[in-house]
Design a protein around this ligand. Structure first.
Ligand code: ADP
Length: 484
């Protein structure tokens, strides 16, 4: 298929290992979720190629970690510049394989690039410590060193940014990197590799292996003795299995897992602002982000007003192919994903929820589901208990602040939460009471490279982005200098 890229060389069709494109047969078809058409056939790599990539990263580690922070920063800056120069093509490729509207896809490219830029700068600020010693003939010095080879497994919902966010921190710290992206969306990952090569990042430092043997390749990436750290973004059940696999070689682990984000609207909130916030927080990427609003909790006094205004705003959203002008909600990743959402909606309607808007497949194609609103939902219904990962807003009514906090926290997840209020006392009480890693206060979009992204409870551990984001890729070494 003609992808319409200005630079057709950005469409790569095989794994990138040790600075080489690794052709093999058979191939995997990459399809466009908007229409089911095949965009490209990509070589299907497996365990052997994954091991090859790990050994390439192992061999490249010595020279990459020995570079000065400044040298690494300069190469990363060049990579950032190339990503931004090719933002239009990368956005187009992302929409083709993932489905999100083009404006969102280009936004993701800039967001992902933001981490490369951020960590290129942070590379220069890996400071150590000196500590007062317990006796006069000693000195205590703390230095930080890269952990070693980093392995990553990433999901399809942010095919660029979930890789950039991990790789940028790893490379800045002096680590080398192997990623296995989701097979639904390999093209964005491979385009990043092509640009890393053009930027002059040395062979073996950034490796991408594409293959559908998730379990087999996952075993290599979680158990290989040459890998020091494993980082994963994906679902909680898979994350749990991978953590236990990492135990066999005591790897450092970071996990960005599922969420069940509450979006709380208090009586004293600016309702129009809350409607805008809920709209972007819920419907971007057709509801397929781990920080998407999963439950809208609305205080009784503003329940009718919020529901009416929110319904009008959601009804006005334009659904369609992400490449079509004006599309606000694209397809879901697959028709299977649509079936999962359908089942959750049906089970909740059977349990007493009412469909205010949507509630069915969308005529635009097999992978489309209508932007949907359910009212009369309780915190016990399946739609509130599970991560929806689709364009459905369950509205749950509550009486008071204590209720809202208790309902919001009544989940095993703890990634993002949102609430709207103009009362400064309430803002502090609720912000401190929510058991979540990130809280948006009068804000529906909170992710950026300067801020620490991550969850608590079963949403994971570790933080990505911000000044804290390098910590997961660095070891602390204590030097005791005696005999002075
Ligand atoms: P989702 O597909 O809903 O985003 P998953 O957790 O299933 O969430 O997938 C996230 C990533 O983990 C994908 O790249 C997927 O291929 C990979 N994956 C799924 N199951 C396993 C497994 N058992 N071992 C290793 N990787 C896996």
């Amino acid at each position: 298929q003609d992808t319409g890229l200005r630079d057709p060389q950005l469409l790569k069709c095989c794994s990138y290992i040790n600075g080489r494109w690794h052709h093999s047969e058979p191939t995997l078809a990459v399809t466009n979720p908007a229409n089911g058409e095949v965009i490209a056939e990509v070589s299907n790599a497996g365990i052997a190629e994954t091991e090859l990539a790990v050994s390439a990263a192992r061999n490249a580690f010595k020279a990459w970690s020995a570079k000065t922070a400044n040298e690494r920063a300069t190469l990363m800056r060049a990579w950032f510049n190339l990503v931004m120069e090719n933002q239009d093509d990368l956005g187009r490729l992302l929409t083709l394989e993932q489905g999100k509207p083009l404006a969102e896809a280009k936004g993701e490219i800039a967001y992902g690039a933001g981490f490369i830029e951020w960590f290129a700068e942070e590379a220069r600020r890996v400071y150590g410590d000196t500590i007062p010693a317990p006796s006069g003939d000693k000195r205590i010095v703390v230095i930080k060193q890269p952990v070693g080879v980093v392995a990553a497994i990433t999901p399809w919902n942010f095919p660029n940014a979930m890789i950039a966010r991990k790789a940028a921190a790893a490379l800045a710290a002096g680590c080398t990197f192997v990623v296995r992206p989701a097979t639904q969306t390999p093209l964005s990952a491979l385009a990043l590799a092509e640009l890393a090569e053009r930027a002059g990042i040395p062979a073996g430092v950034f490796n991408v292996v594409i293959g559908d043997d998730a379990k087999g390749m996952g075993k290599v990436l979680t158990q290989h003795p040459d890998i020091a750290k494993f980082t994963f973004t994906g679902s909680t059940p898979v994350g749990k299995a991978l953590i236990s696999q990492c135990a066999t070689t005591v790897k450092k682990v970071s996990m960005e897992l599922g969420g069940n984000a509450p979006f709380i609207v208090f009586d004293d909130s600016d309702i129009d602002a809350a409607v805008d916030g809920a709209l972007v927080s819920k419907y971007r990427n057709a509801g397929q982000t781990c920080v998407c609003t999963n439950r809208i909790l609305v205080q009784q006094g503003v329940l009718n007003e919020f529901t009416e205004k929110f319904t009008a705003a959601v009804a006005a959203l334009k659904t369609g192919d992400g490449l079509a002008e004006g599309t606000q909600v694209g397809p879901m990743i697959s028709s299977d994903a649509v079936s999962d959402v359908e089942a959750l909606v049906q089970a909740s309607v059977a349990a007493g929820a009412k469909v205010v808007l949507g509630g069915a497949k969308d005529g635009s194609g097999d992978a489309f589901y209508q932007p949907t609103i359910l009212s009369g939902v309780t915190n016990e219904m399946p739609i509130a208990k599970n991560e929806i990962f689709g364009p459905v807003s369950p509205i749950i009514a509550f009486e008071d602040e204590t209720d809202a906090i208790a309902m919001a926290n009544d989940t095993d997840y703890g990634l993002a939460a949102y609430f709207y209020s103009r009362d400064i006392g309430r803002i502090w009480r609720v912000a401190e009471g929510l058991e979540y890693g990130m809280v948006g206060i009068n804000e529906g979009i909170i992710s950026n490279a300067a801020a620490p992204f991550g969850g608590v409870k079963q949403s994971g551990n570790g933080r990505e982005g911000s000044k804290y984001g390098l910590d997961d890729y660095l070891e602390i070494k204590y030097l005791c200098m005696g005999g002075l």
